[in-house]
Ligand binder design. Sequence first.
Ligand SMILES: NC(=O)c1ccc[n+]([C@@H]2O[C@H](COP(=O)([O-])OP(=O)(O)OC[C@H]3O[C@@H](n4cnc5c(N)ncnc54)[C@H](O)[C@@H]3O)[C@@H](O)[C@H]2O)c1
Ligand SMILES: N[C@H](CO)Cc1c[nH]c[nH+]1
Ligand SMILES: [Zn+2]
Length: 432
Amino acid sequence: MKIFNYPSPEAEKRVQDTIDRGLGFSREDQENVQAFLDDVKKRGDEALIEYTNKFDSPAVTLDTFKVTEQEFEDALEQMTPQFLKALDRAVEQLTTFHSRQRENSWMDTPRNGVMVGQMVRPVAAAGIYAPGAKGGKTPLVSSVLMGGIPAKVAGVKSISLMTPPMANGKINPHLLAAARAVGIDSVFKAGSAWAIGALAYGTAQVPKVDVIVGPGNIYVALAKKIVSGTVGIDMIAGPSEILIIADKTADPECIAADLLSQAEHDVLASAVLVTDSQDLAQKVSTALEPQLNALTRKDIAGPAINNFGAILVVPDIDTAIDLSNRLAPEHLEIIVESPFDYIDRIQNAGALFLGPYTPEPMGDYIAGPNHVLPTAGTARFSSALSVSHFTKKTSLIHYSKAAFEKEADDVITLARTEALDAHANSVKIRRK
Ligand SMILES: NC(=O)c1ccc[n+]([C@@H]2O[C@H](COP(=O)([O-])OP(=O)(O)OC[C@H]3O[C@@H](n4cnc5c(N)ncnc54)[C@H](O)[C@@H]3O)[C@@H](O)[C@H]2O)c1
Ligand SMILES: N[C@H](CO)Cc1c[nH]c[nH+]1
Ligand SMILES: [Zn+2]
């Protein structure tokens, strides 16, 4: 992995390439995705089956497109006790974390005779996307939990899960077990942009939803971007990224492993180490090569490391923090002598992992917080997928006659300033 001194023009270029890589949708991608969406809007399930047959599995038909109860049962029979134990732990710990995000409705009486408040309500229907590239061979089972659990905690009644099928026309059984564990019964065998279109517009089989959440590749991200406004979305969750700030106390083998953990997600993933130790930089670079070569997904992690990976040597940890705030990474690991000393200075990051025993995958699967996180610098203004993505708020207002009389003149004045006579009249008419 290439080592750069930072600041320097060469390092600056690599940093800029990393920032620019994430959400760069080409015109061609946009046109293709728009065409998929238009077609799903027009032809519904027929279009879904056609694209699923062409891109994922020739075995999916209109009759087998929705996962049946029998398929759920067959899947559950294949689960090992070891997997079910891990799944149970993940479900429990994620539910505990997300339950703390619940917001209550409230009412207040700020002035005599006036009542104001906010009612929190779940959306009626939500759609969850769980990635599964290469005919469902890399099913992100954990993404089912990350979408489903906050939706359930919010109180959403109808949840549909979309995920690409495997070549044999089935959904990966572990993914179905995860869906069952969080209480999602409607699972459809469709991925990519057409799955997002089905959720946004509805088809004969797929219910139209109010909110679509979940990560996915460029086609999924672009489709979500296009349909947002028609439906709510969580965010444009792009290719994964990790930034690690480490000092001489860090273990180079662990740092190399953590960098690769995100690089293996996508050829567009980014993995950056920022350190004040030249010695650590060299050792991580050396440790990385053999670890990369041993990976099953080295064909994905390799290009990610080559194109969007870097080891940046900085004069001090304060410079590392400034750079990290500028990059606003999806995942930020701080592995230095006293990591908690730096929390106050972290302004932009999707999730923060502190200390040598908090590798990023703890957060991907089991710690509790959500792993669907803002990427490509969008952590400057957006946050992890949460219960609030599945709720909306209605304001509540009440005036007594006396309270109305007291404030009426000011409303009339403001309405006239805006030349809105009818507004003024609606108040005036009540003042007999
Ligand atoms: N930001 C986050 O929180 C977060 C979390 C998890 C995963 N991720 C990211 O999600 C992504 C998952 O992507 P994935 O590819 O593994 O799964 P995916 O399900 O998003 O993509 C696979 C689908 O894309 C379709 N497809 C393939 N080629 C196509 C083409 N030319 N046109 C249209 N559709 C096509 C396939 O047929 C399949 O249905 C990765 O980039 C990963 O880094 C991000
Ligand atoms: N690291 C990914 C988010 O960028 C989430 C994930 C799912 N499975 C493994 N990892
Ligand atoms: Zn991951």
